[in-house]
Design a protein around this ligand. Structure first.
Ligand code: NDP
Length: 240
């Protein structure tokens, strides 16, 4: 562990995977700024290391404000986890322009906005760890999710490019691609759909938020000094 307390930002951290990541990083001793749009849910955190900030990642002004607040409070930004994401599923034939644009704006452009807003500080520090939450769907595609798969594939390209741009300053940038994780996002699936996905998972179960949080913690910790630009699946073997 370094001699200073690290500061992290986790987006989309009011529930699900983002919340599990935020709690894991706080447990590891980091100060963690968590953001989401819904104030009531975000303010349920009861942990002195966690600072809730209302912010919509699809709005660059709100992202800049989030980053400024974190810098004012803690003076550094060591770790960023771009986790905020939404789905608007539909077959491409029926997909509205709005469904396409919303998903790209939050999932991909939001990730770009946050990276852009923090990268100068990380370059100055000559230290940083960024993890972007992609999806196996961004690698393999999925019917009904052309918008979501395109956004997640975009995140993978962004991650690899940024990793190459900033590696010389000891900033490591990776993507984590979850498979099917038990959260509100996947609650919308019918029992039949869930069972059919589980039938294709070699480890024979759905993933839990902790499965993702442990990997993210490893990637942003100082135990990881040599992994950058990678996409690591956490999917029980769904996509091999
Ligand atoms: P949830 O729907 O449970 O949580 C999404 C979180 O993102 C919430 O905290 C939500 O809060 C926040 N959020 C949504 N839009 C915005 C926005 N514009 N600005 C800021 N925060 C926002 O999702 P999961 O926990 O399941 O997913 C987390 C990430 O993991 C997503 O990127 C998702 O695509 C990815 N993923 C999930 C998988 C799964 O099986 N669950 C599989 C593969 C990838 P609020 O609505 O209050 O803003």
């Amino acid at each position: 562990m370094s001699e200073f307390t690290k500061t992290a930002i986790v987006t989309g951290a009011s529930r699900g995977i983002g919340k599990a990541i935020a709690l894991r990083l706080a447990e590891a001793g980091m100060n963690v700024a968590v953001c989401a749009r819904n104030e009531a849910i975000l303010s349920t955190y009861n942990d002195s290391r966690i600072m809730p900030v209302i912010a919509d990642v699809s709005d660059f002004n709100q992202v800049e404000e989030l980053v400024n607040q974190v810098l004012e409070q803690f003076g550094r930004i060591d770790v960023v986890v771009n986790n905020a994401g939404i789905t608007r599923d539909n077959l491409l034939m029926r997909m509205s322009n709005e469904e396409w644009e919303q998903v790209l704006q939050v999932n991909l452009t939001g990730t770009f906005y946050v990276c852009r807003a923090v990268i100068r500080q990380m370059l100055k520090q000559r230290y940083g760890r960024i993890v972007n939450i992609a999806s196996v769907v961004g690698v393999a595609g999925n019917p009904g999710q052309a918008n979501y798969a395109a956004a997640k594939a975009g995140i993978i390209g962004l991650t690899k490019s940024l990793a190459k741009e900033v590696a010389s300053r000891q900033i490591l940038v990776n993507a984590v691609a979850p498979g099917y994780i038990d959260t509100d996002m996947t609650q919308v699936l019918s029992e039949q759909q869930k069972q059919s996905i589980v039938n294709h998972i070699p480890l024979g179960r759905v993933g839990q938020v902790g499965d993702v949080a442990e990997l993210v913690h490893y990637l942003v910790s100082d135990t990881n000094m040599y992994i950058t630009g990678q996409v690591i699946n956490v999917d029980g073997g769904l996509v091999i």
